[in-house]
Design a protein around this ligand. Structure first.
Ligand code: GDP
Ligand code: GDP
Length: 438
């Protein structure tokens, strides 16, 4: 059920951030309750009509001189080509067409990726329309005039973007092989884990049609079953600029996680869990993916009978927003416990797709309510009428109540814990929507 990825590419000051913010709107607030997750708008989930997609802004830092603009744009364009399903190439009607635009347009055209050419700052359609025609010279299709600042033309632009989405994206695919993204900071051992898993199992080449991004996917057969590993370490990019590398690695993580059922969040035991790990894990959490925290290099640390518990405490503290995540202690060097990963992956996927009958859910809720009275405010007490599961991946529930305002976060958490006591749901987040029924 992976969502299409749309990347925005363009020169500095053409309005990339303005467009990004206009489209992302309040959707950004999703990350609010995930501590440690970056507020930097590198990516956002967008819903337009009935379409959902993930948007990424490839443009990061401002180049400090004219001659590096082109090389940075090429870099951005390459990231977009590597990761996106559709590229929005944005230009500026007021600056007109410049040489760097043409060069990047050539590069995008050669990539064969769908490109939507957008001309921004067309605040007044009548006044600027004659200036738009020159953008046909880029040879990447019809320019779409917009004004990101005044939100003009965005509907027409999105319509064009959506037309390019791969058929069947956002829907359940025929391919039911488990897809596992391996994410984590550089040097925690992501590639080593994949290599080790490969070494002990027969390898087959991935042949998933429709997208070039799958070039870095590795299919591994274990006990007669195929697993597809999406390795974010596979593609390394060289850059001297730290911010650019970070941006690139976040973009790669988002697009890999987006396509995965389960995320292996790799942590380096010799370093312990860090704030940077929390940011990366937050990407999987926001997206409701199954999560297994893999503490790697377990061979390289001094251990006693308390070590595992101490690591667990640290992880639960730093990644406090995902108490449901499974934890494993492995070594890619010695192979310790790596084969157990498959059972864990199977279990987490089972939990992600578990459906609980409405009758059973309501029994649990009735019992929970009897044990702990729902909150009240100003003499009015919360009444819970009904709970039902509406979807999977992650399991999502709707609770009907008399007054939404009375449903405290802590009471939802209490009900979540009761549901988990009954069914486990280990390794997966659960989502709750509260609706009013008068
Ligand atoms: P970026 O560097 O490509 O991310 O560009 P920004 O989004 O930061 O925008 C650069 C400048 O252009 C800012 O001063 C914006 O206010 C302005 N800008 C963005 N979109 C529009 C637009 O539609 N019309 C006008 N007139 N100005 C805009
Ligand atoms: P990646 O950047 O996350 O893909 O990390 P690599 O797989 O390239 O590993 C980074 C370094 O850690 C390499 O020098 C590996 O040999 C080392 N390494 C990886 N896994 C282990 C492990 O389980 N134990 C030890 N001691 N070293 C490891």
């Amino acid at each position: 059920m992976s969502k299409p990825v749309v990347a925005i590419v363009g020169r500095p000051n053409v309005g990339k951030s303005t467009l990004f913010n206009a489209l992302a709107g309040e959707m950004i607030s999703i990350v609010k309750d995930t501590p440690g997750v970056t507020r930097d708008r590198i990516y956002a989930d967008v819903t337009w009509l009935d379409k959902e997609f993930t948007m990424i802004d490839t443009g990061g830092i401002e180049p400090d001189s004219r001659d590096v603009i082109l090389s940075q744009m090429r870099e951005q364009a390459q990231i977009a080509i590597d990761t996106a399903d559709v590229i929005i190439f944005i230009t500026d009607v007021r600056q007109g067409l410049v040489d760097a635009d043409s060069k990047v347009a050539d590069m995008l055209r050669r990539s064969g990726k769908p490109v939507v050419l957008v001309v921004n700052k067309v605040d007044n359609f009548e006044k600027y329309m004659p200036d738009i025609y020159e953008f046909y010279n880029l040879g990447i299709g019809d320019p779409v005039p917009i004004s990101a600042a005044s939100r003009l033309g965005l509907g027409d632009m999105l319509e064009t973007v959506v037309e390019h989405f791969p058929a069947g994206s956002g829907e359940e695919t025929e391919d039911d092989r488990p897809r596992i993204a391996i994410v984590g900071k550089p040097n925690v051992g992501k590639s080593s884990i994949v290599n080790r898993l490969l070494g002990e199992n027969r390898v087959i080449v991935s042949d998933i049609a429709g997208t070039t991004r799958d070039a870095i996917d590795t299919a591994i057969v274990h006990n007669g079953k195929e697993y597809v590993f999406i390795d974010t370490a596979g593609l390394r990019r060289k850059s001297r600029i730290k911010e650019e590398l970070e941006r690139y690695s976040i973009i790669r993580t988002v697009t890999a996680v987006e396509r995965a059922d389960v995320v292996l969040m790799v942590i380096d035991a010799t370093e312990g869990v860090t704030e940077q790990d929390a940011k990366i894990a937050g990407i999987a959490h926001e997206r409701g993916k199954g999560v297994i925290i893999v503490v790697n290099k377990w061979d390289a640390i001094e251990k006693n009978d308390r070590t595992m518990k101490e690591y667990e405490n640290d992880i639960r503290h730093v990644l406090s927003y995902m108490p449901y995540a499974e934890i494993m202690y492995v070594s890619a060097l010695t192979g310790q416990r790596l084969n157990k990963l498959y059972d864990m992956i199977d279990m987490v996927i089972e939990n992600q797709t578990l459906r609980i009958a409405t009758g059973v859910l309501n029994e649990i809720m009735t019992e929970a309510v009897a044990l702990q009275q729902p909150p009240s405010d100003k003499g009015k007490r919360l009444k819970l009428y009904y709970i039902t599961q509406v979807s999977v991946k992650p399991p999502t529930f709707v609770i009907f109540v008399n007054d939404k305002e009375l449903m405290h976060f802590s009471y939802t958490r209490y009900l979540e814990n009761k549901i988990r006591e009954a069914f486990g749901f280990r390794g997966t987040s659960l989502k709750f929507f509260i609706r009013e029924r008068k």
